[in-house]
Ligand binder design. Structure first.
Ligand code: SF4
Ligand code: SF4
Length: 350
């Protein structure tokens, strides 16, 4: 659909949240018991953080839970009763989601509707509406300005233009959201796209060359580059980068229980882990740098080769939260030929 533009007064945001709770299972940013910002289910707007600050964890768990029971079974005498995964009973609204998290869903969708239709995931996605809050300033370690991900699939986006929010509605789900509470929205009469362009330039999120997509041809020739071993061997394989990443989607299947009852679980996994590709005969990625190389090349070479966009929204979380401060953007720039010097600077003898 063609984009539509509205205005939402700042003093109407609380009412929008409260009224939406009647129609949606509303997810929003809030503070956990330790005071950290998380996507959760606040029951009152008093507990909502309607801010552009990026939480450490992305919103992906609302479509791809960290642990999900694909099958539950129980034996009763001679019969076995089995249940499939639980579908959401209500539509989900992610209220104030960061753009890097909102756009990540479209990237993961391509995998889960590719050679196999993953019904539990796709079911949750079909029931999810995104009401994004665009960042008014670029976040720590973020490089979304260097990745041309597609924003058009985000259902509705709010741009903070100081006095009020300019709302860009881009999908039918976004239109439904606005129509349900239309007394809260005013039609935008001005040049909305010029306002959005100026907003992004001021925020630092407007796109800047060289885009990281341009690194792919050189990355395709860099698989055997000798510096992978030096630069990626500092990785300790903790998996933090993949857990905080809005686009990482690898999972493992684990069974628990026994002959009388049990569950088959889908759980998040990570390619940087020592056992991820381990087989009875061998471990093809037998060194830690090979596992990190896999993560980077999957995002900037293999996935785009099959699906188009990068498997990254440039949120920067994997840089911020890596315990050994591996910087994926700098490594892409170096191995992708956009910079001559490696992240730690030129080494002795080089
Ligand atoms: S790879 Fe890093 S920067 Fe890219 S989306 Fe994942 S966490 Fe964010
Ligand atoms: S890159 Fe950093 S966060 Fe990711 S597995 Fe290695 S050490 Fe952990």
């Amino acid at each position: 659909m063609a984009a539509e533009y509205y205005r939402l007064s700042k003093d109407k945001v609380a009412e929008l949240f409260e009224r939406a709770r009647a129609d949606y299972d509303v997810v929003a940013k809030t503070r956990d018991a330790n005071g950290n910002l998380v996507y959760g289910r606040p029951v009152s707007f008093d507990d909502v953080a309607f801010v552009d600050e990026q939480p450490p964890m992305s919103a992906k768990a609302f479509a791809l839970p960290q642990t999900e029971a694909l099958v539950r079974y129980e034996r009763e005498n001679d019969k076995i009763r089995a249940e499939g995964p639980e579908a959401p009973t209500r539509d989900i609204l992610i209220f104030g989601v960061n753009m890097c998290d909102a756009t990540a869903f479209d990237i993961i969708d391509r995998v889960f509707r590719w050679d196999y239709l993953d019904d539990p995931y796709l079911g949750r996605r079909a029931q999810t509406t995104q009401f994004a809050l665009a960042c008014a300033s670029i976040q720590q370690d973020c490089f979304c300005d260097r990745i041309s991900y597609d924003e058009d699939g985000v259902d509705a986006v709010a741009y903070d233009l100081e006095g009020s929010y300019l709302i860009k509605v881009q999908t039918e789900k976004g239109r439904t959201l606005v129509e349900r509470y239309k007394d809260l929205f005013a039609t935008e009469d001005g040049d909305a796209e010029s306002s959005i362009k100026a907003f992004k330039e001021k925020a630092g999120t407007a796109k800047k060359e060289p885009m990281l997509e341009s690194a792919k041809p050189a990355l395709e020739k860099a698989f055997e580059h000798a510096d992978w071993e030096i630069l990626a061997s500092t990785c300790i394989g903790c998996g933090v980068c993949t857990y905080v990443c809005p686009t990482c989607h690898c999972f493992d299947i684990q069974d628990e229980g026994g002959s009388s009852r049990g569950r088959r679980l889908r759980v998040w996994d990570h390619c940087t882990g020592r056992t991820f590709t381990a087989m009875a005969a061998e471990q093809p990625r037998d060194r830690q740098y090979k596992r990190y190389r896999q993560r980077l090349l999957h995002k900037f070479w293999y996935y785009p080769e099959r699906f188009g966009p990068l498997l990254c929204t440039g949120c920067g979380r994997c840089i911020t939260h890596c315990p050994v401060k591996i910087n994926i953007r700098e490594l892409v720039e170096y191995f992708g030929g956009l910079k001559d010097t490696p992240p730690g600077g030129a080494r002795h003898g080089k």
